[in-house]
Structure formats: structure tokens, C-alpha cells
Ligand binder design. Structure first.
Ligand code: DON
Length: 306
């Protein structure tokens, strides 16, 4: 189609210009297997309303989705608990680093939003209530596979294991949440589940396809209902890139969620679902070149929601 040809051209140009940029950021250094990923790689996939895919770069290469999984766990928890979920987690942007303990303590121990680590750990804790970790994880993986329409999506258990070994900061967060009664389950079980959900591996092709549900595209494999989708997108817009969410809304104007594996999932309501992967991160822990590419695509397609 004309649209996909134009899009392809815009993405190719943006990738070419990105290749001239000297600094592509640094791969996440605190999760050992991620630290070894070459930061100078890029993949872009866009899913259009009729299911047409536009792909460029390493779009068949699976990467660790990390915090992007927080969108999926949030969607499930909202479905299970409805408004009760907001008793344990807020809906305000934090303006602080995603693993800040100071922000948590300053807010009387209640996580500000479901995307900072504390809020995501609380959300996973809620999903775990009454279940075994492997049951919660298979429910999550099932959900992601259904959204993506792809049975091959898996968890990299080695990434989860190594993050468990080095995840002292998240351990502190989980224990603090348990102390404050935000978590009622054993913190180590919650963390084990959380690290495994973060270790789900996907390609940009799979992620863009899964995102069709969030962008409410007609081609979506599953639908969640407008209420839930609107709220998830509102949280992505205001909190999806942590203390860079304001900048991203200002520059790009679209709901998005980043992960320290270098992934960025963006929804263009009713028009497109975009997944970008560039493993080099900026100082705020967000994928540096993916943000550049997102801006280029959104600007040139006129996709800002504003
Ligand atoms: O909890 C962590 O630190 C990681 N498993 C996920 C953090 C993450 O992806 C933050 N995103 N930019």
C-alpha cells in the first residue's frame, strides 16, 4: 500500500541518519547478560490497522523486553482487580529514577505508578495472590502469546536467574513494600516472578503485533475493552518512560513503554503499533536511539495524538 511504502521510506531514512550519530548509549550494565549486547543494533516494526507489517533492521532478533512486560502485567491485574488495584499503586508520574527508594519512602511506601519498579513489583505481587509463581508466569506468557498471535514467545530463564543474583536494589524495594503491607506475599517469590516476566524475549515484529491490542487496531488478536485500554495508554503517556515521560510526550506525543533491554513499544491510537529496539540506553535508562527514531517516525507521519 501507499502508506506502508511511505513508512518504509521514512524508517530507512531515519535509520540511515541514526547510523551517523556517534553516541548510541550504553547497554544496561546491572543485568549481566544485557551488558554484553552490542549497543549499535536497531530494529523497527510497525503494525498497521489491517495487519500490514513494515519491518527494518534486526526485526527477527529476540531481545529481553524487561519493563515492557509491566504493560502486560498491568493489563492482567486491571482485569482481575478492577479499581481495587489502585489501593496498592498510584497513577501519578514519579519524576524520579525507575528504581528510586527515596520516592517510595516519600510517598508513605505506596508506589506512585505501575511502571516504576516498586509499582510493577506490587502489581506482580497482586497477580501472584492465590497462585504459584509458575501459574502466574504461564498466565502472563499465555496473554503475551495471544496478543502477539505467536506461540514461540519464551522466557530466558538465565537472564532471570542472573538478575535475581544481582537484583539487590529490587530486593530492597520488595522488602520495603512487604514492610508497608503493599505486598502480602513472600517478597522473594514476588521478585522471582517479576524477574522472570522481565526476561520474556520478543522480536520487534512480535511486540508490534502484540501492541495492536493497545492501539486498538482492527487487526488485533485480542481486545480488552476501551476503558482498560484508555487507562493503560494514559499511564504509558504519563509514566511509560519514567522521569523522561514528560520529554517524550513533548517531543513525540504518543503513549509508550520502554525497557532496559532497549525495547520501546509505542501506540498510535487506531493508527499503528510501533516496536523499536536499540539496546544502548541514555542516562535515564531509556533506549537512546529508539527515542530518536520514534520522534522521526511520529513527526513525519503526523502521528502525535495532540
Ligand atoms: O527491575 C529491573 O531493574 C529490570 N528488570 C527492569 C527495569 C527496566 O526495564 C526499566 N526500564 N527502562
Amino acid at each position: 500500500t501507499e502508506l506502508s511504502t511511505r513508512l518504509h521510506h521514512i524508517i530507512d531514512e531515519a535509520l540511515l541518519d541514526a547510523s551517523e550519530i556517534e553516541d548510541w548509549g550504553r547497554s544496561a550494565d546491572y543485568i549481566p547478560p544485557l551488558a554484553q549486547v552490542d549497543p549499535r543494533q536497531a530494529a523497527v516494526s510497525v503494525c498497521l490497522p489491517d495487519g500490514t507489517m513494515v519491518n527494518a533492521g534486526e526485526s527477527r532478533k529476540a531481545f529481553s523486553i524487561q519493563s515492557i512486560s509491566k504493560v502486560f502485567s498491568l493489563a492482567l491485574a486491571m482485569g482481575r482487580y478492577g479499581d481495587l488495584l489502585w489501593q496498592i499503586v498510584g497513577r501519578e508520574p514519579s519524576g524520579t529514577h525507575f528504581a528510586s527508594l527515596a520516592a517510595l519512602e516519600a510517598n508513605e511506601g505506596r508506589p506512585r505508578n505501575p511502571f516504576e519498579n516498586a509499582g510493577a513489583i506490587a502489581t506482580t505481587g497482586a497477580l501472584l495472590k492465590g497462585y504459584e509463581p509458575r501459574e502466574t508466569l504461564s498466565e502472563l506468557v499465555r496473554f503475551v502469546r495471544d496478543m502477539a498471535g505467536d506461540e514461540s514467545i519464551l522466557i530466558d530463564a538465565e537472564v532471570a536467574r542472573l538478575e535475581t543474583e544481582s537484583g539487590f536494589r529490587n530486593t530492597a524495594i520488595a522488602n520495603f513494600l512487604r514492610h508497608n503491607g503493599i505486598l502480602t506475599e513472600d517478597p522473594d517469590r514476588v521478585l522471582g516472578t517479576y524477574f522472570h516476566q522481565c526476561a520474556i524475549e520478543m522480536t520487534t515484529r512480535q511486540l508490534a503485533r502484540a501492541g495492536a491490542t493497545l492501539a486498538q487496531l482492527p487487526c488485533a488478536n485480542i481486545t480488552l475493552g476501551a476503558d482498560r485500554i484508555q487507562r493503560i495508554n494514559a499511564l504509558m503517556l504519563t509514566c511509560g518512560l519514567y522521569n523522561e515521560s514528560g520529554d517524550f510526550a513533548f517531543e513525540v506525543g504518543l503513549p509508550a513503554k520502554s525497557g532496559v533491554g532497549g525495547g520501546l513499544l509505542i501506540s498510535v491510537p487506531y493508527q499503528a503499533s510501533i516496536a523499536i529496539w536499540t539496546p544502548g540506553l541514555n542516562a535515564k535508562g531509556n533506549p537512546m536511539i529508539a527515542i530518536y527514531l520514534a520522534k522521526r517516525i511520529a513527526d513525519e507521519m503526523g502521528w502525535s495524538i495532540f
